[in-house]
Ligand binder design. Structure first.
Ligand code: NAI
Length: 331
């Protein structure tokens, strides 16, 4: 029996987790969830944002499904998410953005994946006050971190029959730091002659993503550009509430929705479980249950394509439970 560490999260977290677990249980797979509280709920109960037993559980199981958590302001880690990424060195943040039928956006043909480096760049948080009116921030780019995220993007392209990997950078200005990232990209692409590779300056990438997003396939970039561009790509498919993600390295993987704990709608059973459910599908793929992952994705897309059952964020009146019932009925 494969065990999966489960974080039900805060706010809408427990509501959408309950429904996603219900979908997975409907498939009767040999999977067992080990639930732990982290974030606000855990802090109120134990004084810890990430209890050691939760960390131990990830060490044992290697795989976790995580709902959004509320990080209490002013305590401990900068955020629970950053804390988990650092604790497990989860260097790759992967966010696939794919159009969902009948979710009205400017485009209906989006199918791209952002690979964001998760551990360095300006996000190491090294800022120095030079004088009252001057601050320096350190942008850290290393061969080690760049190599592993770029190689992960090419490996993903190879495994998933993707044809193009695009390196996003600003090496024309940041000649040394982004220059190193681009240099490593140009080295690694030689190892993958069957996959096309190109590079684009980040500002041009933003324009191209808005004007002709269909030209992109897999995009790889350092931390800050990845943070910004992956939100941009979520806008292309209808918003953060629909976007799944994983934070992973070679050993550990934590699957999570991109959105937050939505305290404004918590407790009402109206949250949209789509992003967490698609994250759970990525988890099933990771555990080699590809057929079951596709079964859930097909049922979900069928609900969007052929019914008007929608949660209120997409203009409907369905509860989280009713929306999930419709998915389970199609499995
Ligand atoms: P948020 O994503 O929670 O909410 C933004 C807006 O989107 C709200 O109007 C909310 O109702 C709506 N929304 C989000 N997810 C939805 C869903 N599944 N269904 C329907 N509507 C949805 O962002 P916000 O308000 O900035 O953050 C709230 C809390 O979440 C904060 O404490 C923040 O720290 C935390 N957070 C946690 C994340 C995580 O654990 N991965 C990520 C982002 C924020």
């Amino acid at each position: 029996m494969q065990k999966i560490t489960l974080f039900e999260g805060d706010g809408i977290g427990p509501e959408i987790t309950k429904e996603v677990v219900r979908v997975i249980h409907a498939l009767e797979l040999p999977l067992e969830f080990e639930p732990y509280a982290i974030g606000k709920t855990s802090f109120e109960q134990t004084g810890e944002l990430i209890p050691q037993e939760a960390i131990n559980s990830i060490h044992r199981n290697k795989v976790a499904l995580k709902a959004p958590v509320t990080t209490p302001i002013g305590h401990g880690f900068r955020s629970v998410n950053v804390g988990l990424r650092l604790a497990f060195d989860l260097f790759a943040n992967i966010r696939p953005a794919r159009s969902i039928p009948n979710v009205i956006t400017r485009y209906d043909n989006i199918d791209l994946v952002v690979f964001r480096e998760n551990t360095e760049d300006l996000y190491i948080g090294l800022e120095e006050q030079i004088d009252e009116d001057t601050v320096h921030a350190i942008k850290k780019i290393t061969r080690k971190a760049s190599t592993r995220i770029i190689r992960a993007a090419f490996e993903y392209a190879k495994e998933n029959n993707r044809h193009l990997v695009t390196c996003v950078h600003k090496a024309n200005i940041l000649k040394k730091s982004d220059g190193l990232f681009l240099q490593i990209f140009n080295e690694i692409k030689q190892e993958y002659p069957d996959i096309q590779a190109n590079d684009l300056i980040v500002d041009n990438t933003c324009m191209q993503l808005v004007m002709r997003p269909e030209q992109f396939d897999v995009l790889v970039m350092s931390n800050l550009y990845g943070d910004i561009l992956s939100d941009l790509t979520s806008g292309l498919i209808g918003g953060l509430g629909l976007l799944p993600s994983v934070n992973k390295n070679e050993e550990y993987a934590i699957f999570e929705a991109v959105h937050g704990s939505a305290p404004d709608i918590a407790g009402k059973n109206i949250a949209n479980p789509t992003a967490l459910l698609l994250s759970a599908c990525m988890m099933l793929d990771h555990l080699h249950y590809h057929q079951q992952a596709n079964q859930i994705r097909n049922a979900l897309m069928d609900v969007y394509a052929n019914t008007d059952i929608r949660t209120p964020d997409l203009g409907g009146t369905a509860t989280t439970t009713k929306f999930t019932d419709a998915i389970i009925a199609r499995l």
